[in-house]
Design a protein around this ligand. Structure first.
Ligand code: UD1
Ligand code: UDP
Length: 358
């Protein structure tokens, strides 16, 4: 069986790692298509190097741009690759523009498309990711859901065929890398950090970074805390500088380049709390048992909030107090599966291809 996996942005690479490993273990032919959406070493190559992902077979080199430009260019070039390779199935991951382009290209060419992380909803259409998720779910042939909530969300939209609860591939990724991170990452020593003595922050959502008032509120709150480590996404760096917030922030807290997955796992695991607007980081905080404060109005990972380990805080609220005061209330549950999602996913893709997709 020939499978094309389509990726382009940091969270796509992390989800690809365990799935690619499983595809190759079974001797299927994998064609990795990298759209080029993310391209800085620390947003891109570092994940291939550290997580043992094979070099992309195709690099489309699209880079940054408006949503229409970026998605359109990716769609054109992905179609060319699929025409040449004629895979039996395409796999797309999550909710980025690369996911949408890959899913659309496959659907228009009648190539079976499997969507990993299907059914997630924030119910906020101002998020570009929400548009991407809904569209990809509606044009995919196989819907691979990480949670029961995701299955229920699809049911409400009338999608009930070929919907499966697989658990979350990010649990697989974490399991594969946790021990390696413990032995290979020296990030705590390098930054002079003691376990549970610091807050870990990540911010990159357009609604936070591109809005000067929201970004200012977040920057002021982070400055108000004692010890913050902030691996800074290039989008956040660009706007912190543009709005004149960078210099003060850099004086007060540890602004560092985005880190690789191994360093990130250790930073997360040893943080006293995590402050984020990332989807994946909310989930990882929950898996690691670290209290999470999410700088958003909504989340697609609602189980983490319902379980009391994640709290949503809007930029208009007193963010610093919300961060300081938050205490998880309950035991965590096993909502994301046990780390066997990739094997189940490849089983299901084999079945889909073998059965002609019924
Ligand atoms: C994208 C995804 C988002 C995901 C995030 C993960 C979409 C619509 N958004 O958002 O869902 O959570 O990736 O990190 O697909 N930039 C660089 N170098 C890079 C990458 C980005 O400088 O390697 C800068 C550029 O100025 C670019 C900006 O970051 O314009 C935004 O990049 P883009 O890929 O468009 O969106 P993200 O905010 O990264
Ligand atoms: N991540 C990382 N280094 C960083 C920040 C995040 O390796 O400096 C990882 C993080 O551990 C998680 C993933 O990137 O696995 C989340 O991706 P991101 O926050 O970019 O996107 P989202 O999940 O919000 O789509």
């Amino acid at each position: 069986m020939k499978i094309a996996t389509i990726v382009g942005a940091r969270p796509n690479f992390i989800k690809l790692a365990p799935v690619s490993k499983e595809i190759r273990k079974r001797d299927h032919k994998e064609v990795i298509v990298h759209t080029g959406q993310h391209y800085n070493y620390e947003m891109d190559r570092i994940f291939f190097d550290q997580m043992g992902i094979a070099a992309p077979d195709y690099h489309l080199g699209i880079g940054s741009g408006s949503h229409g430009f970026q998605t359109g260019e990716m769609l054109k070039k992905t179609e060319e690759v699929l025409q040449k390779e004629v895979p039996d199935a395409v796999i797309v991951f999550g909710d980025t523009n690369s996911t949408l382009a890959g899913g659309l290209a496959a659907a228009k060419m009648h190539i079976k498309c499997a969507h990993i992380e299907a059914g997630l909803r924030s119910f906020d259409k101002r998020m570009p990711e929400e548009i991407n998720r809904v569209l990809v779910d509606h044009c995919s042939d196989l819907l691979l859901c990480p949670t029961r909530t995701a299955i229920d969300n699809l049911k409400r939209e009338g999608i009930v065929q070929n919907v499966h609860l697989t658990g979350d591939v990010m649990v697989d990724a974490q399991k594969d890398c946790e021990r390696i991170a413990e032995s290979e990452s020296h990030i705590l020593e390098a930054l002079g950090l003691k376990p549970w003595s610091y807050y870990l922050a990540t911010v990159h959502r357009a609604s936070n970074t591109d809005d000067p008032e929201n970004l200012r509120a977040i920057a002021l709150a982070l400055q108000d805390l004692d010890d913050v480590v902030f691996p800074c996404h290039p989008r956040a760096e660009k706007y912190l500088k543009k709005f004149g917030l960078w210099d003060d922030l850099e004086k007060k807290i540890r602004m560092i380049k985005p880190v690789g997955y191994l360093d990130m796992l250790l930073l997360e695991k040893n943080a006293k709390k995590i402050v984020t607007d990332s989807g994946g980081v909310q989930k990882e905080a929950y898996l690691l048992g670290i209290p999470c404060i999410t700088l958003r109005d909504t989340t697609e990972w609602i189980e983490t909030v319902n379980d009391g380990w994640n709290v949503l805080v809007r930029p208009g609220e007193d963010i610093a107090s919300a961060i300081r005061d938050f205490r998880p209330r309950h035991e965590r549950q096993d909502v994301f599966g046990k780390g066997r999602a990739s094997a189940m996913i490849v089983d299901l893709v084999e079945k889909l291809v073998g059965s002609g997709g019924s």
